[in-house]
Write a new protein. Sequence first.
Length: 560
Amino acid sequence: MATQGKLILDYVLEHAQKTPDRVYLTQPTGNGRVVDYTWAQVVDQSRRMAAHLQSRGFEPGARIAMLSKNCAHFIMAELAIWMAGYTTVAIFPTETAETVRYVLEHSGSSLLFVGKLDTWPQQQPGVPQGLPCIALPLAPKTGFDTWDAIVAQTAPIAGRPGRSPDELAMILYTSGSTGTPKGVMISFDGFTRAGEGISRDTRSRVGEGGASRMLSYLPLAHSFERSWVEASSLVDGGTHLFFAESLDTFLADLRRARPTLFISVPRLWLKFQQGVFAKMPPAKLDRLLSIPVVGALVARKVRKGLGLDKVVVAGSGSAPIPPELIRWYRRIGLPLYEGYGMTEDNSYSFTSRAGFSEPGYVGVALPGVQARISPEGEILIKSPARLVGYYRQPELTAESFTDDGFFRTGDLGELRADGMLKITGRAKELFKTAKGKYVAPAPIENRLNAHPMVELSLVSGVGQPAAYAIVQLAEDLRPRVGEAGVRAQVQAELERLLDEVNRDLPDYEQLHTIVVTREPWSIENGFLTPTMKVRRSRIEAAVQPQVERWFGQAHKVVWA
C-alpha cells in the first residue's frame, strides 16, 4: 500500500480522481434520514473551505481548532485545514469550558470549527472573545458563518494541494487522565505511516478487493479513532464510513452500518455484554452455547442483536480489557483482538492477530515497530508513526526518549520470545502502602472488572495499612440495590469476589475492603476521560476524606 514519498493528501486526491462516485461517508441527519458523500463531493467541499481559510490570511502552519462530535464534516474540515497549509487541533466534544479555553490558548488557534455538540451553551464561555468561528452542518444554533454558506459561494482551491512529510498535520491533546492535557505534535509522515500500516493490517484480515464498512463513534479527537478509522480509511479508499447520530439511536446506527471492522474500548465491550445478559441470564446463555448446533445458532442471534453479525475483525484498545471478556466474545463467534498504542505513536505499535491472540496479551509489533523492555521493566517503543514532540514542552520531549530514539511509554510489561507483549501496569500508577512495598493496581482492577456485577474499579491505598478497591456496579444493577434482598446478595457476592482476588495476591497487595461508590463515574462529573478511562487522581482526591472511616470498619464490603 505504501509508496515512497506518498502522503495522506496524495491518497485522498487519488481516490477522488480514480473513484469519484464511490460513497465514502454516510451521515445521519435525524428521523432515520441519512446523507451520502462520495469521494468527489468530500474533496470538492474540502477544496472550497480550504480556499476560504487561505483567504483569511493566516500564517503557514496556523493552528485551526475543531470542537465537534464525530461527523462527516469533521473529516472534510480536517482535509480543508491540511489543503490550506494549516494544522488541526481537535478538542474532545465533552470537554468543559475551562479545558476548551486551555487548549485554544495553549495551541494558539487562529479559528474554531464548531460542530455537532450536546453541551455547547456550557462550552461557549471557553471560546476567547474575538476568535473567528465557523459552524459545521449539524452544529447547535450559533451566530457564526456556516460551512454550507461559505462552500456555496467559494471557488475550490486549484491545483494539487500537498504538504511536506515533516510539516505538522495535527496537535493531539491527550484526554488528561493524569492532569493537564499535553499537546502531541504529529507530522504528515507519522500520520500517513500509521494509516498505511493499519490499512495493510486490516486488509490482510478482511481480504483485498471487498469494501469494508466501519462505524465511527469513539471520539475522533482521540488518537485511537483518528488512526484506526480516519487515517486507515483515507489511505484505503475502499472503506465506507458511517457515523452514529446519538446514544439513543446507536443500535439503529450500528445495524445500518453492519460493520465488517469494528473497534471499541473495554468499557463499551462490557456494556454490550451486559446488554446481552439483561435479555438472557449468563448461566442460560452459557448452557445454550454449549449445545452442538444450537450453540452456533444462538451465537449468531446474539451477534445479530448487537449489530455485529458481519464483523470480520473486532478490536479493543485505549485501556486494558479483561481476558475473560475477550474469551466470551470469541465464544459467541466474534473475533475480538486487543491492541496497544498511545497518542505518541498514533496508536500504531502492537496488535493481536491469528496465531498471536492469546487473551491477556496485546499481540505483536506492527510492521516497522521495534520494542524492548528496559531494566526497570518499562516498555520502550520505536514506531514509524512516532510523535514529533510535545507542543511548547521541549524538556518533556527530550526526557521522553532514550539516547537511541526509543519512546519511554511509562507502561510496564513483559515481552515473550515470540514477540507477544503483556502489559503489567503503569509505572506512574504504582503506589506504596504503609507496608513499604509497591502495588500495581491495573492487574487487580482487571480481575475485579471481569466480574459481571462490576462495571469499573479503582485500586488505591497510598500510605494506608493496605490497598483497597472502589467499584462501580453494573448499570442495570445500580437501580436495584434498594430492592429487598438485592443489596444483601450483592454484598455476599462482592465478599466472595474479594476473597477470590486476594487468594491469588501476595500479602502486601491484598485488598482490605471493596467500597461500592454511590455516584457513578462519568465524563460529565469529571471522573472519566472522554475515552472512558478512569481519572485516578480526581477520584482519589474526592474520596480522601472517607478513607480513614473505611479502614476503621471491619466489613469486607463498604457502601460509600
